[in-house]
Ligand binder design. Structure first.
Ligand code: GLV
Length: 318
């Protein structure tokens, strides 16, 4: 019997590739160059696929889904799946899976790392030292802001938000959070309205999924509520923050700093961010440890393998 056809949009680790070869006829992959495919390339390749493994950077819109003639499952190697038109998939009977849980701790580590790097001016001071500008020690050199005993406001207390709150307890931070509903497993954190969180927090950490409901959740009005000494950290998604409003707030020093792992229109984020020494910029790497990226790819692969073997999907999206 012919093996089902699989398309893999980006380079994956060899061990994951090998596990897929056991079950699938891999019709297209990106192992050689790992250059993102444009919409036409996605449309062309999806037409031959029974199964697809994609990433957060592939835009699987209705036009791509429309080109799928025999597709059964799309497995994305990410927890967020706003890049996939799930309604269009549903309408054509295509199932979608994501990779929750396996990236929670690594992503929480990164949220904390980005917050600390921003508060303690790590990138800025390293640029200075590397440029050979360090001519002597001084009391006020790169004086930053303390995390310990500061107030952390987490917007989005899901699995990753809770893991960040647990780390914050070790730093003796006061933790506020905002979700639509108070969370059952929020560890030592207090639910407050978004406005109160923005007014009182020294660090505002965004961990919500992107959807029309969270589009520009942080815009000019929200930034205006933050303290001039406060720092914004975004490890959620581009589009959760109105980047133009953030650039204006940074220009006018209405907030102190920002740590940004995600941007509107990434990877082509607004170069205006580059003018700010007090902005730490990373290229959407919050879940990127070797072990966790491997686990994400393997979970995406395991979903496809399960379906091809007639077993239930491991992590279908809701
Ligand atoms: C990464 O951004 C993810 O959603 O897993």
């Amino acid at each position: 019997m012919a093996r089902p056809g699989l398309v893999i949009t980006r380079r994956i680790y060899e061990e994951v590739y090998t596990s897929l070869q056991a079950e699938f006829d891999i019709r297209a992959d990106n192992q050689a160059t790992d250059q993102p495919w444009d919409i036409q390339a996605l449309q062309q390749r999806i037409a031959q696929a029974d199964y697809m493994l994609c990433t957060v950077a592939d835009k699987i819109d209705a036009s791509v889904i429309g080109a799928a003639a025999r597709l059964k499952v799309i497995a994305t190697g990410a927890v967020g799946f706003n890049n996939i038109d799930v309604a269009a998939c549903k309408a054509r009977g295509v199932l979608v899976t994501n990779t929750p849980d396996v990236l929670t701790q690594t992503t929480a580590d990164f949220g904390f790392a980005l917050m600390m790097a921003t508060a303690r001016r790590i990138s800025e001071s390293e640029r200075y030292a590397r440029a050979g500008q360090w001519s002597g020690w001084a009391f006020d050199q790169f004086a930053g802001r303390d995390l310990h005993h500061a107030t952390l406001g987490i917007i989005g207390m899901g699995r990753i938000g809770s893991a960040i709150a647990r780390r914050a307890a070790g730093f003796e931070m006061r933790v506020l959070y905002h979700n639509r509903m108070p969370s059952q497993d929020a560890v030592a954190a207090t639910w407050v309205q978004k406005e109160q969180l923005l007014r009182e927090s020294d660090f505002v950490m965004l961990v919500v999924p992107y959807s029309p409901a969270t589009h520009h959740l942080i815009g000019a009005a929200e930034l205006a509520l933050m303290k001039p000494s406060a720092t914004l950290i975004n490890i959620a998604r581009g589009g959760v923050v109105d980047d133009q409003a953030l650039i204006a707030a940074l220009k006018e020093k209405r907030i102190a700093a920002a740590g940004l792992d995600v941007f509107e229109n990434e990877p082509k984020f607004d170069p205006a961010f580059l003018q700010f020494e007090n902005v730490v910029i990373t290229p959407h790497i919050a879940s990127s440890s070797r072990a966790t990226r491997g686990a994400m790819m393997q979970l995406a692969a395991d979903n496809l393998l399960a379906h091809a073997r007639g077993l239930p999907l491991l992590t279908p999206v809701a």
